[in-house]
Design a protein around this ligand. Structure first.
Ligand SMILES: *Cc1c(COP(=O)(O)O)cnc(C)c1O
Length: 421
């Protein structure tokens, strides 16, 4: 459910008509709804009601300071995957004890930053990383709580580029080697084992892969406890999928996910961490764009938008589908025609959809890409020297620019000319 609905024939974000924002900031722009963000965070939090838990928002999905502050204010922790994300979380007021540091290649500098600033736990993904972390922690005279990310060799049945829990993926330590690695962790100075971490992928539309992975985690908890490790925390990762189309998909709800977690892991008495990203912010954000031209090709009509692959790369990168809707509601029963929806970038990959059935559109019309809140703005670039597009946050009848569009001069002035030129 989201808060982008037609009212009086015009698509709104909460109580704000989108043409009003387009008028104020120009197009294209990302627009997020506070009410949807809040609702989705609470769904996860309530799904684990009665269980000692922390919902750590995976901020790589959308990391604008205003989004982080909104979620932090609701009690969210953060899952960070780089030093930059750690700094962002702290800048948004998230205390170190609510920040989990994940990621397959943390540098010593990044570790130092997190240890000095305070961190709830570092999720370790390899033995070399474990040794580096021990060195950094002892160098600072600290002890760092860790979980080892295990790779359960489970097929997440999602797009290959976002599956992370099979043995051929680069993530985590093969679960069969976990005892060895935990024994090593227990021997190393500056390392305090507190739990187990697992994350098998993103956009999962079925609970079964999670269940299989969590069962393996439960078995491993027993084994590691018998080996003398104090396993008191389980980090179950993120990955619950969202509906990208209105019609056929119905991924499991957070409440069903929470019930499954209790079933599989409730008896262990561990504190539970989950790291949802996409489900919190995906349907809380849209991308609004304007039609520049309509162009008739051979047997196809191209709808050329002012948004492009550099603004929203998911279709080019993951063959992702985004519903595209006109901001002015079409009359009921109006005939739809197929369009190839494209951006202005000089690559054929800059195609959002082929043969998409849409009501008739004209130059200057506004359209909205739904479900663009996650892995949208954060993956954008200035390819073709197209400015990063603004991000807008709506809260009931208010809206605010939470990241402004840079001017051409601001973009150009980031380059510096060597003295010999
Ligand atoms: C990407 C990621 C997540 C979030 O995944 P979503 O599909 O956005 O919920 C959580 N944990 C880790 C370690 C990740 O890399």
């Amino acid at each position: 459910m989201d808060h982008f609905l037609y009212r009086g024939g015009v698509l709104h974000a909460e109580d704000v008509p989108l043409p009003e924002i387009a008028e104020a900031v120009g197009t294209p722009f990302y627009c997020y709804s506070t009410a949807t963000l809040t609702r989705h965070f609470r769904l996860f939090d309530e799904a684990l009601d009665g269980v000692d838990h922390l919902v750590c928002y995976a901020m790589k999905a959308a990391s604008n300071q205003a989004i982080l502050k909104t979620l932090a204010g609701l009690g969210a922790g953060m899952d960070v995957v780089s030093g930059g994300e750690y700094a962002r979380a702290r800048a948004a007021g998230v205390p170190g004890e609510r920040i989990v540091f994940s990621g397959v290649g943390k540098t010593r500098d990044e570790m130092r930053l997190a240890l000095e600033g305070g961190v709830r736990q570092v999720n370790v993904e390899s033995e070399p990383e474990l040794h580096a972390l021990s060195e950094v922690a002892t160098g600072l005279g600290l002890s760092v709580p860790i979980a080892v990310r295990v790779n359960p060799d489970v097929d997440a049945r999602t797009h290959a580029k976002i599956a992370t829990g099979k043995s051929e993926n680069k993530f985590g330590i093969p679960i069969a080697r976990a005892r060895e690695v935990y024994a090593e962790a227990a021997r190393l100075p500056g390392i305090e084992v507190v739990g187990i971490d697992v994350h098998i992928g993103s956009q999962l539309t079925d609970l079964e892969p999670f269940r299989l992975a969590y069962r393996k985690v439960a078995e491993l908890t027993d084994v590691l406890r018998a080996d003398g490790h104090d396993i008191r925390r389980l980090d179950l990762g993120g990955g619950l999928g969202i509906p990208y189309t209105r019609s056929n998909e119905a991924p499991p709800l957070p409440v069903e996910y929470g019930a499954m977690i209790r079933e599989e892991l409730g008896h262990l008495g561990c504190e539970i961490e989950i790291e949802p990203g996409r489900l919190i912010v995906g349907n809380a954000g849209i991308l609004v764009s304007r039609v520049i031209y309509l162009k008739s090709g051979e047997g196809r009509d191209f709808l050329i938008l002012d948004a492009a692959m550099n603004d929203l790369i998911r279709p080019a990168m993951y063959d992702a589908h985004h519903d595209i809707v006109p901001v002015i509601e079409p009359a009921p029963g109006v005939a739809q025609t197929p369009y190839d929806v494209v951006g202005p970038v000089c690559e054929s990959g800059d195609t959002f959809a082929r043969g998409r059935m849409l009501p008739p559109l004209a130059e200057g019309d506004l359209v909205a890409f739904r479900s663009a809140g996650a892995y949208g703005a954060v993956m954008s670039s200035e390819y073709n020297t197209r400015p990063l597009i603004p991000e807008i946050l709506v809260n009931e009848r208010d809206f605010a620019v939470i990241r402004a569009r840079p001017t051409f001069d601001e973009m150009i002035n980031r380059d510096t000319i060597p003295e010999w030129l």
